[in-house]
Ligand binder design. Structure first.
Ligand SMILES: C[S@@+](CC[C@H](N)C(=O)[O-])C[C@H]1O[C@@H](n2cnc3c(N)ncnc32)[C@H](O)[C@@H]1O
Length: 310
């Protein structure tokens, strides 16, 4: 069984304030690490869990069945959460969780092409039915688009140089494997850059993966719609692993919890003030303890933010 250690598990479950008899949505089922704990707490409630990776759903089903049968699994992108819940006749829910990014099994299964340390076809799709692969991105995007993606999604300093090497390489022979991409990155970096700590292709792989899975767009759409699905006192909890995602969540949560008309606490236009519809449950993001990081290195950059509907 492919293992995924759930991140910030106790913190997330406690901050979701789970009440039996209620409806909870896990937007990123993975290997059901968080969903199992939710299900244990709602024998009279309902869990609806999404994943765009059918393998995640297949492997999680028996893990959830060990606990109860009051759950529904949906293979879909979480940007469609509202429509998919409506199809089930659900209009409001009591809690929503999103634990963003890829799961450990996705990273560790060489053939999925997510890992820069395992030789595999350039794939990186979370949803194997989608048509955009990493191979398509690196072999067909323009130089400028590749450079932009590496800069914006990977925050890669050598974005233009790497994009140029990719384009020069594919003019001779298309890039086929993860190691072809790693080689192109290595050829673009100075000896000084290559001697730095961390894998030189880490940011490039992150950027291409984000493009393949359209992660920024889908997160933006989910952040737009998920808050409106919360019943009063319902909570939305989001775990991020990358600063770009965390900035998006932070900005959206600030927007939702801000009191309109309040200028930095100076009540100038008192009559124009409009109470916000949500309150911030976490004023600052919750981060993993040193013990958790030691036990699960992948938790290192995780941040949890939670809001509650009034
Ligand atoms: C970090 S893992 C979640 C792990 C899970 N919380 C656990 O403890 O087992 C993220 C999962 O979300 C899925 N995922 C990521 N983005 C998604 C999206 N936009 N729509 C649906 N599923 C998504 C991935 O396929 C992956 O299985």
């Amino acid at each position: 069984m492919d293992k995924h250690i759930p991140v910030l598990l106790n913190e997330t479950i406690s901050l979701l304030n789970i009440r039996d008899g209620s409806v909870y949505v896990d937007l990123t089922l993975g290997r059901a690490g968080h969903s199992r704990e939710i299900l244990k707490r709602i024998p009279h409630g309902q869990l609806v869990a999404f994943d765009q990776d059918s393998q995640a759903l297949e492997e999680s089903r028996p893990r959830l069945e060990e606990i109860g049968s009051n759950f529904t699994l949906i293979k879909a992108n979480f940007e469609e959460v509202k429509e998919k819940l409506e199809e089930l006749g659900i209009h409001k829910v009591d809690g929503i969780l999103a634990d963003l990014g890829v799961s450990s099994p996705q990273l560790d299964q060489g053939q999925r092409g997510f890992s820069y340390s395992l030789d595999a076809p350039l794939d990186m799709r979370m949803d194997l039915e989608s048509t955009l692969t990493a191979k398509k991105v690196v072999n067909s995007y323009s130089l400028n688009d590749l450079a932009r993606i590496l800069r914006e999604y990977g925050e890669e300093k050598d974005a233009y140089r790497i994009a140029k090497t990719i384009v020069e390489t594919r003019e001779i022979k298309p890039l086929e494997s993860t190691l072809d991409l790693v080689e192109a990155v290595k050829r673009s970096k100075s000896a000084k850059e290559l001697s730095k700590k961390g894998h030189p292709a880490k940011q490039t792989f992150q950027a291409i993966r984000m493009e393949v899975n359209q992660e920024t767009k889908t997160l933006e759409r989910m952040l737009e719609v998920a808050p409106s699905l919360l019943a009063p006192k319902g909570r939305l909890a989001i775990i991020t692993f990358m600063s770009l995602d965390d900035r998006m969540v932070k900005r959206r949560f600030n927007e939702l919890t801000k009191i309109e008309g309040d200028r930095h606490g100076i009540d100038v236009y008192c009559k124009q003030q409009k109470e916000a519809d949500y309150i911030a449950i976490t004023k600052k993001p919750v981060m993993p303890s040193l013990e958790e990081i030691e036990y699960n290195h992948r938790a290192k950059t995780s941040k949890l933010r939670v809001i509650e509907a009034k």
